[in-house]
Ligand binder design. Structure first.
Ligand SMILES: Nc1ncnc2c1ncn2[C@@H]1O[C@H](COP(=O)(O)OP(=O)(O)OP(=O)(O)O)[C@@H](O)[C@H]1O
Ligand code: SF4
Ligand SMILES: [Mg+2]
Length: 354
């Protein structure tokens, strides 16, 4: 694909800014959905605290993995980041500017620069549109990204870049496999020359054999275009391969954060330790060395979270203080931040496992 037609030059990290520069800062982000009762006269009887105090930083060119069980608020974070939802409180700073205070033009530019790919490639593509129209759709709003003349060629180049036959431009989504549809979603995001792509469980719905191919494609595109990813998954093994840093989420907030190495070799929050212990190991000779931690009980309702530490109802280390004081996400000497009063590094999987 030539640079002039794909925008590779403009999209490269080198020209846009330095790799490692802070792009996005999320501060105490909250999203509470009202719980209503009644048919004719709706009244609010409570709130679902889907996201309840998330702090995250993303640098140019890096991948941050966001991991947690179903319902912990991962998709709500991603919708807040791409401005599909408005925060209840907290802020998202993009290149130092508060997204909530951005006016029309700046917000439009933000929406172009921060793209999303969804978990379900079947539901996220309009079945009545051709693949070409899907990939080119964003150009109707962001016309300056692709001059009208040459859009077909550009669409075909994008399809080619994500590993699809450019001649399939007039086909419909149902004529593609799950992995191929996810590639269409990636091409659609790429078409707008984003800085950041929020990947909301992009491989969870795919066969294991196809998952690695899609992850490899995302990694290649990151190198080529200097992209940053927020890569969401419910399983630590999926994000390990791709993430530079990992944030573990439980019931609306981040409970542990660190480099890939820190979180995998020295997890210090009991929830991270339990999640890691459920990661499947592919090396049969190492399986016996894994520390097995079985989590008791279900995730409490985000409409009525436990007082103090939210994990305390399932934690084997819980003490009185855990019900009274919410632990801050700070480094208590273990080398990286952990939201546990009694944070302590523990080896859960053998350290030489890749
Ligand atoms: N629009 C909404 N109105 C009310 N509650 C919502 C809404 N969207 C999400 N929720 C609730 O917020 C919580 C977090 O949902 P979210 O989809 O962000 O979780 P998730 O971590 O992405 O889960 P999964 O792994 O299943 O995708 C859930 O309890 C969900 O039911
Ligand atoms: S603060 Fe208490 S309940 Fe929470 S994870 Fe740590 S030990 Fe467990
Ligand atoms: Mg989700």
């Amino acid at each position: 694909m030539s640079e002039s037609t794909t925008g590779a030059t403009a999209a490269s990290g080198a020209l846009r800014g330095a790799i490692g520069e802070t792009l996005l800062e999320v501060r105490d982000l909250q999203k509470h959905f009202p719980l209503t009762q009644g048919v004719l006269f709706k009244r609010t009887v409570g709130h679902v605290r889907a996201v309840d105090g998330v702090n995250l930083t993303m640098h140019r060119g890096e991948t941050v993995g966001l991991v947690g069980e179903s319902g912990c608020g991962k998709s709500t974070v991603s919708k807040l980041l791409v401005a599909l939802e408005k925060p209840t409180a907290g802020s998202i700073l993009y290149k130092g500017r508060d997204v909530a205070k951005m006016g029309g033009r700046a917000l439009k530019e933000y929406r172009r620069e921060v793209q999303i790919i969804f978990q379900d490639p079947y539901a996220s593509l309009n079945p009545r549109m051709t693949v070409g129209d899907i990939v080119a759709e964003g150009w109707s709003v962001h016309a300056d990204v692709a001059p009208k003349k040459g859009r077909l060629q550009r669409t075909q180049e994008l399809l080619d870049r994500v590993g699809l036959n450019p001649d399939y431009v007039n086909r419909y989504p149902h004529q593609f496999s799950g992995g191929q549809r996810q590639r269409i979603g990636i091409a659609r995001a790429l078409a707008l020359r984003p800085e950041i792509i929020v990947c909301d469980e992009p491989v969870s719905a795919l066969d294991v054999s196809v998952q690695a191919q899609v992850v490899n494609l995302l990694e290649d595109l990151q190198d080529e275009f200097g992209l940053s990813y927020l890569f969401i998954a419910h399983d630590l093994s999926v994000v390990r391969h791709i993430s530079d840093r990992v944030a573990v989420m439980y019931l609306g907030s981040i409970v542990e954060e660190g480099t890939d190495e820190q979180v995998y070799t020295a997890p210090s929050h009991p929830y991270t330790q339990a999640l890691l212990s459920s990661v499947p190991l592919h090396e049969p000779h190492l399986r016996g060395q894994k520390d097995r931690i079985l989590l008791q009980g279900d995730v409490p309702s985000p409409a009525d979270p436990p007082s103090g530490c939210r994990f305390r109802t399932r934690c084997w280390k819980a003490q009185d203080i855990c019900a009274q004081e919410a632990p801050a996400l700070v480094d208590r000497g273990q080398g990286h931040p952990s939201a546990c009063h009694f944070a302590e590094a523990r080896t859960v999987v053998p350290v030489d496992v890749e």
